[in-house]
Write a protein that binds this ligand. Structure first.
Ligand code: CA
Length: 236
């Protein structure tokens, strides 16, 4: 089935370029060039993913994201020209799934879109499986890395890894958000809880331990990537 993407961008040339390239990739593309129009089209079309610019007439991308978040569970990839906005974009308040800093390459955008759509498909499949039969295997497979969600076991190349409970929880949260930037604050909240008194260095230490276990080369990680100044992203 053709996946639907809504592009929200007020620069006509960029909008046209994005529309052309995404259509060529086989997506059903709809567009909006203002904040209010973005809300209308999103509600009407129920897209599978939204590419959302921040500086927009009428209502900015932050507001659009906040409003849509309450109405639908759609991945939102934000476009920003300012790196100082990134904290806010992936923070709890706005809650975009990913972002790209302008200027960006079409290849990078397509890779991020594919990662988000894959993540959503994975979640849908899990939900469908869970409701189907309780005996279905709950394994998540990333090449040589296999996570048995039922037994809470992680295997690399078939060998069982010894994981501390927090390492396991951190890993599963990261991979359920595959392709998405996850901030340290969000990881602290979800894995350690709001009442945890330690700082975000705890997250970094656990990430280092995880990398030592699941990365081929822990000093040059390919699975858990660092997003500078923000947090981490699980690639697969
Ligand atoms: Ca703009």
């Amino acid at each position: 089935m053709q996946e639907k993407i809504l592009i929200v961008e007020d620069e006509p040339v960029l909008l046209e370029t994005l529309e052309y390239n995404l259509t060529k990739q086989g997506y059903a593309v709809s567009t909006a060039n203002t904040g209010p129009k973005a809300l209308l089209v999103a509600r009407e079309q129920q897209p599978d993913l939204i590419v959302l610019d921040i500086m927009l007439p009428g209502l900015d991308g932050f507001e659009v994201c906040r409003i849509l978040r309450q109405e639908m569970n759609v991945p939102i990839l934000m476009l920003t020209a300012k790196t100082d906005e990134i904290d806010k974009i992936v923070g709890l308040e706005v809650g975009a799934d990913d972002y790209l800093t302008k200027p960006f390459s079409m290849r990078e955008l397509l890779a991020r879109i594919k990662a988000q759509l894959r993540r959503i498909r994975l979640i849908h499949e899990e939900v469908a499986e869970a409701s189907h039969t309780a005996t279905t295997s709950n394994n998540l497979i990333f090449d040589n890395l296999v996570i048995d969600m039922e037994r809470r076991e992680v295997k690399l190349d078939g060998n069982l890894l010894h994981m501390k409970p927090k390492e396991y929880e951190l890993l599963t949260f990261l991979l359920q958000n595959q392709g998405r930037v996850v901030s340290r604050d969000l990881l602290l909240e979800r894995v350690w809880g709001w009442d945890y008194s330690g700082g975000s260095r705890t997250v970094d230490v656990h990430i280092r331990w995880l990398r030592e276990k699941i990365e081929t080369n822990p000093t040059s990680p390919a699975r858990i990537l660092t997003v500078r100044g923000i947090g981490y992203r699980f690639e697969g």
